[in-house]
Design a protein around this ligand. Structure first.
Ligand code: G3P
Length: 222
């Protein structure tokens, strides 16, 4: 918990799909090795296996469905994600929202399978609600800033401080991350200074001319 964590969500960008997912994950591995920063990647499901075979940093699924093994065609089964090398999953991303009962189901399943859970939220109230479910992390991301290039840590610092305060009251065991528009070392430092234990980000790194340089800059001030 002492070193901030950086989770790179590969989403469905072509720049982070297939062979390019592998390249990007290797860059994340190198940056983790060079800087000691705790890095994790969240590739698409189809890329989980190849990525997890190639790197030692943590690999997360982007989503898991609230289903047990059996007849659920098209669903993402927790055990399948685990066997494909996922160490955990994002849950309830703004681009893949879930119902409260389903979020709770997946958080519990992750706990049973000893996998990591990162519940994404959109504001302070939902962060407090998510913390009550006892995930490993909550990651607050104001949806209007996602992919905007405008960093949450500068545009809406009160969302981060409010989330940190709320989580301390509800469940101090839960770590708070933030995301949306984060891309530079200054953005990440501001997030950590506001009390976040790390960041969840995507476009600022994935779409950069040099993802390696962008990542090195991101972690240069923490
Ligand atoms: O999951 C990370 C995310 O939603 C933030 O996206 O592109 O603003 O870093 P981005």
């Amino acid at each position: 918990k002492d070193t901030p964590i950086v989770i790179l969500n590969f989403k469905t960008y072509l720049e982070s799909t297939g062979e390019r997912a592998l390249e990007l994950a290797s860059i994340c591995q190198d940056v983790a090795d060079e800087t000691g920063v705790n890095m994790a990647v969240a590739p698409q499901h189809m890329d989980l296996h190849r990525v997890s075979e190639a790197v030692e940093i943590q690999v997360l699924a982007q989503h898991i469905d609230p289903v047990d093994a059996g007849g659920h065609t098209g669903s993402v089964l927790a055990e399948c994600a685990r066997d494909s090398g996922a160490d955990g999953t994002l849950i309830n991303h703004s681009e893949k929202r879930m119902q409260l009962a389903d979020i709770e189901w997946v958080v519990s399943r992750m706990r049973e399978l000893e996998m990591m859970s990162v519940v994404c939220t959109n504001n302070v109230m939902t962060t407090a609600a998510a913390a009550a479910l006892g995930p490993d992390f909550v990651a607050v991301e104001p949806p209007e800033l996602i992919g905007s290039g405008i960093p949450v840590s500068k545009a809406e610092p009160e969302v981060i401080t409010g989330s940190v305060d709320a989580v301390k009251k509800v469940n101090p065991e839960v770590s708070v991350l933030c995301g949306a528009g984060i891309s530079t070392g200054d953005d990440m430092k501001a997030a950590v200074d506001l009390g976040a234990e790390g960041v969840l980000l995507a476009s600022g790194i994935i779409l950069a001319d040099s993802p390696r340089d962008a990542l090195l800059d991101l972690v240069s001030k923490v």
